[in-house]
Design a protein around this ligand. Structure first.
Ligand code: BGC
Length: 559
């Protein structure tokens, strides 16, 4: 394991969604030993770390983000010993390990919430959650108008252990099986500091923090004016009394002290859905989180102006506080970017995804290659290195996203990016396990996009990712070099990054659906490109760099 304590500042981190990664025991659900068996694959891919989505004991009403016991491994996924082995084996391969902590809410099966059901109003158990008396003559109305981001009311009536109604309601900004914790309660705060230490002591290098913009609620729990915006899946409404409250920063100051007790210090990345890059940067102040996901960039789509604005705003706001930005194009909550960036995709088609898949993949490859050259760290989501598309054709009977169920099947697209990974072979489960079962069905055409099918194949998306990740490590300019825009024409973004040793790399993306001619003076050696449509030409006596439609490349001057 290298000893660079600043590894996270420009790392590439691979997100593993454990249930869908690799299944060692054939029950159709990925597990910890499956992950261990694929660590060599990750090392060869060229990533620096993995972030593992929750694997804790959970009733799986929200894919594991409903945690019943934060100090355990779900028995369907393995044991604590397996997890310790995974951390050790990852470290032996020089891969860091991020876990996922879910502090906004617990599962309703967590011992604390079960204690609520057995306790009286006003008890210490009740104070750990957001429980309030209902409005109306018989308390038959919720305490305020907050909605769940999974649809419906954000409050459910609290019943006692015998199922009898009480006058009280509990808040759940997500599913009704995910009661929100009361972060003004000191016991809650102490418990989470202790959970952090439990895993840090086992060698975990850091945590991704779920709903990091949640936790603190505006005092008095005032109604929200939903005219400002309906809840999105992960809610980043401006001025919502339940998101991005200033008090949340006090919690992170406490957590940072815990992380800094360790050598090397442990690292945090917040899942912060906030309205703009300025609000995002506040989470990265020197005594708070090291990094946060930058969803502004993810939401910029295939739009040169929005991408450029997002990049500029993000870098400017982060540089004020000396923190590195992060970049991400896909994760377990959003439509895979090979589909999301395709012509024909818009939010209304999220559930059908009838798009131009070929151009979607072409754009996704270009977007990834370009994004990998931005300063800071980058997250990639399992399967994007294979160019996997969103599986939108899932039957209602197999869908598990709680937003699907709570919206009556009109929303809840998150199962389509969680279909188990194809590793090899001609028939499902495509090497996900040694049998044919997988908790979500895989499309028949995934034989063509398995790891085995793409390995060693020139031009495959897997080989593009491998080449790009290895090259990114070698090029000093992509580590620390500042970014300088090279202005040229609309729908082309190009910048140069220059390392302290003077070496430089130019990164270009052509978002047009046509070839563009760019100055050949930007460089004469194409290091890598997302399509074959790149050439240095001499037209009419003038040297030009011809870049094909929807293509990205890295260029340098070889003298
Ligand atoms: C996670 C989701 C989860 C939600 C509630 C998110 O931000 O990424 O998968 O459903 O938090 O925990």
């Amino acid at each position: 394991m290298d000893t660079n304590a600043n590894w996270w500042r420009d790392a590439v981190i691979y997100q593993v969604y454990p249930r869908s990664f690799a299944d060692s025991d054939g029950d159709g659900m990925g597990d910890v030993r499956g992950m261990i068996s694929r660590l060599d694959y990750l090392r060869e891919l060229g990533v620096d770390a993995l972030w593992i989505s929750p694997f804790y004991a959970s009733p799986l009403h929200d894919g594991g983000y409903d945690v019943a016991d934060y100090r355990s491994v779900d028995p369907r996924l393995g044991t604590l010993d397996d997890m310790t082995e995974l951390i050790d084996q990852a470290h032996a391969r020089n891969l860091r390990v991020f876990m996922d902590i879910v502090p906004n809410h617990t599962s309703s099966e967590h011992a604390w919430f079960q204690e609520v059901l057995r306790s009286d109003p006003g008890s210490a158990a009740w104070d750990r959650y957001m429980i309030r008396a209902g409005k109306g003559a018989n308390h038959e109305l919720p305490p305020n108008n907050w909605k769940s981001v999974f649809h419906g009311s954000g409050w459910s009536p609290l019943t006692d252990s015998k199922g009898n109604a009480t006058a009280f309601w509990y808040l759940h900004l997500f599913d009704s099986t995910q009661p929100d914790l009361n972060w003004e309660n000191e016991e809650v705060r102490a418990e989470f500091r202790d959970i952090l230490r439990f895993w840090f002591d086992r060698g975990v290098d850091g945590f991704r923090i779920d709903v990091a913009h949640g936790m603190a609620k505006e005092s008095g729990l005032p109604d929200y004016d939903y005219a400002d915006g309906e809840p999105e899946l992960l809610g980043d409404q401006p001025h919502a009394p339940f998101w991005d409250q200033d008090a949340v920063h006090d919690i992170y100051r406490e957590w940072r002290k815990v992380a800094d007790e360790y050598d090397p210090p442990r690292v945090f990345c917040g899942e912060t859905w906030v309205p703009n890059p300025e609000r995002l940067a506040r989470y990265q102040r020197p005594d708070e989180l090291h990094t946060s996901f930058n969803f502004d960039y993810l939401q910029a789509g295939w739009d040169a102006a929005k991408m450029r604005k997002s990049i500029d705003d993000t870098i400017a706001n982060h540089s004020k506080i000396g923190a590195p930005p992060t970049w991400v194009l896909s994760n377990h909550d959003v439509v895979r970017h090979a589909t999301r960036l395709a012509p024909g995709f818009d939010n209304d088609t999220r559930l059908t995804c009838e798009v131009d898949a070929e151009r979607g993949l072409r754009r996704a490859r270009a977007a990834t290659l370009f994004t990998l050259t931005l300063p800071g760290s980058m997250y990639i989501y399992q399967g994007e290195e294979l160019g996997l598309r969103e599986v939108s054709e899932l039957d209602a009977s197999v869908r598990q996203d709680p937003a699907w169920h709570r919206s009556g099947g009109t929303d809840g697209t998150r199962d389509g990016c969680r279909v188990p990974i194809p590793w090899s072979g001609e028939v499902a489960s495509f090497g996900f396990n040694s049998g044919s079962s997988s908790w979500l069905p895989q499309p028949a055409d995934w034989a063509e996009v398995s790891v085995a099918a793409e390995t060693g194949v020139e031009g495959s998306t897997l080989e593009l990712y491998r080449d790009a990740l290895h090259l990114r490590r070698e090029l000093a300019a992509l580590g620390k070099g500042p970014l300088e825009w090279l202005d040229h024409m609309s729908d082309v973004l190009a910048f140069r990054r220059t390392a302290p040793d003077g070496s430089s790399v130019v990164s270009i993306i052509n978002l047009n659906n046509a070839t563009v001619h760019l100055p050949a003076t930007w460089g004469n050696e194409v290091l890598i490109s997302s399509s074959d449509d790149v050439a240095l030409l001499n037209t009419g006596g003038e040297d030009v760099l011809a870049v094909g439609p929807e293509t990205a490349l890295w260029l340098r001057d070889a003298g």
